[in-house]
Design a protein around this ligand. Structure first.
Ligand code: ZN
Ligand code: ZN
Length: 400
């Protein structure tokens, strides 16, 4: 995904707190000192730093330009955390060329598809492309067990039973396993994760039903709040105050929901102002909690919507602001917050990590998912056609 001109315009709105100055080109054969972009995999994180990446900022309806919600936080100790994996977002995550072994921790704010619709892609794609261990998932309970994260993952695995059983025959089953840590959605500022100097807490959110939460990540004296879908709520106001970076949804205006999303006025006013956060309400949240940087997301950010969002936000908030699009990246330290765009390949391959893949199952230990009836239908001329290639490969690799 390559940088687009209008995205630069969005970035420029935020230059009061970014340090992406153009610098000086010293010779006609020299290099520009600052290209305003981040090339994944080319920069070491320093110890007291957080790199935050918008891997999905859009809506449930698919759009090539903006996947649905997904945030990646990379912290200076080497740990990486995915917050939501909304529909379409894994293509952006994959383009970062991070080994799947480092992408094993997923925190779900709630179970709408635009927040975990690409979970299957992470699960199966990572399994085939180098993850060596089970996925770890954290997510909230619901009012009843069937509305909670544990139920969702249990039935996710049932829905993808054919996928798992056929992979189990040729791959180690271990990376296909999922461990779930479900926590109380009503708990306020309760720690749900604490390892290696990283603390992640949850606060309740007010959305389409009970269950949704927002997360607060703390590391090296830095605080990043990852707001899930919510109407502005008292818990966010109390616990996001003093945040270095406060992410919060800001939804399309009711007028644009009618015009572009085909919603009825009654539906638009309900969706846009009661179960989500309108732009003026987002601004009021941010002028109250005063973060070093406010990030708004969860709308299709295009020429025809951007100004309406910005005008609404600016009617109640004048501080540092990013209106996110996919592939925005922020480097966060005590001293500064730098915002850039990612430049990454559309054709990225998976990259192996340092761990050796677990061994495939020994013959006969996993049921063969292909019957003799289906095997008997193999067309022999195809085997003959590929025999020279197969034999050469086997010889080169000392296979039987
Ligand atoms: Zn939602
Ligand atoms: Zn949503």
């Amino acid at each position: 995904m390559f940088v687009k001109v209008f995205m630069f315009a969005i970035c420029m709105l935020a230059t009061s707190f970014t340090w992406a100055a153009g610098g000086e080109v010293k010779s006609p054969t020299g290099v520009a000192p600052d290209r305003y972009v981040y090339y994944p995999g080319t920069e070491e994180l320093v110890k007291d730093e957080i790199r935050l990446i918008a891997c999905g900022t859009g809506l449930p309806a698919a759009r090539r330009d903006q996947a649905a919600t997904c945030w990646l936080a990379e912290v200076g100790n080497g740990d990486k955390f995915l917050f939501d994996v909304g529909t379409g977002s894994m293509a952006n995550v994959a383009a970062l060329m991070i080994p799947y072994d480092f992408l094993d921790k997923v925190f779900l704010t709630h179970l709408h598809t635009d927040h975990w619709g690409d979970f299957a892609t992470l699960w199966a794609g990572g399994w085939t492309a180098g993850r060596t261990k089970p996925l770890r998932v954290w997510g909230p309970t619901g009012q009843t067990p069937d509305m909670g994260t544990a139920y969702a993952i249990e039935h996710f695995l049932k829905a993808f039973n054919w996928d798992a059983k056929t992979r189990d025959f040729v791959l180690s089953a271990k990376p296909g396993q999922i461990s779930v840590k479900e926590f109380d959605y009503k708990a306020v500022n309760a720690v749900v994760y604490q390892e290696n100097d990283v603390t992640i807490s949850s606060i309740p959110a007010i959305h389409a039903g009970d269950g949704p939460v927002s997360f607060i990540l703390e590391y090296a004296g830095l605080k990043v709040v990852i707001g899930g879908d919510t109407f502005p709520n008292r818990w966010y106001i109390e616990h996001a105050t003093g945040a270095d970076v406060a992410i919060h949804e800001t939804f399309l205006t009711p007028t644009d929901l009618v015009k572009f999303y085909g919603q009825s006025p009654a539906q638009a006013i309900g969706v846009g102002t009661q179960i989500h956060t309108s732009p003026p309400a987002f601004g009021k949240v941010m002028s109250t909690i005063k973060p070093r940087l406010a990030i708004g997301y969860h709308f299709f950010n295009e020429q025809s919507t951007h100004d309406h969002i910005l005008q609404g936000v600016r009617s109640t908030y004048s501080g540092p602001l990013s209106l996110a699009v996919d592939d925005m990246v922020w480097n966060i330290t005590k001293d500064r917050i730098v915002e850039r765009m990612i430049v990454s390949p559309d054709q990225a391959w998976g990259v192996n990590g340092p761990n050796k893949p677990p061994a495939p199952p020994a013959p006969g230990t996993v049921p063969d998912p292909i019957s003799d009836f289906i095997k008997a239908g193999r067309w022999q001329p195809a085997e003959e056609a590929q025999a020279p290639m197969v034999n050469e490969f086997k010889k080169d690799n000392k296979l039987q």
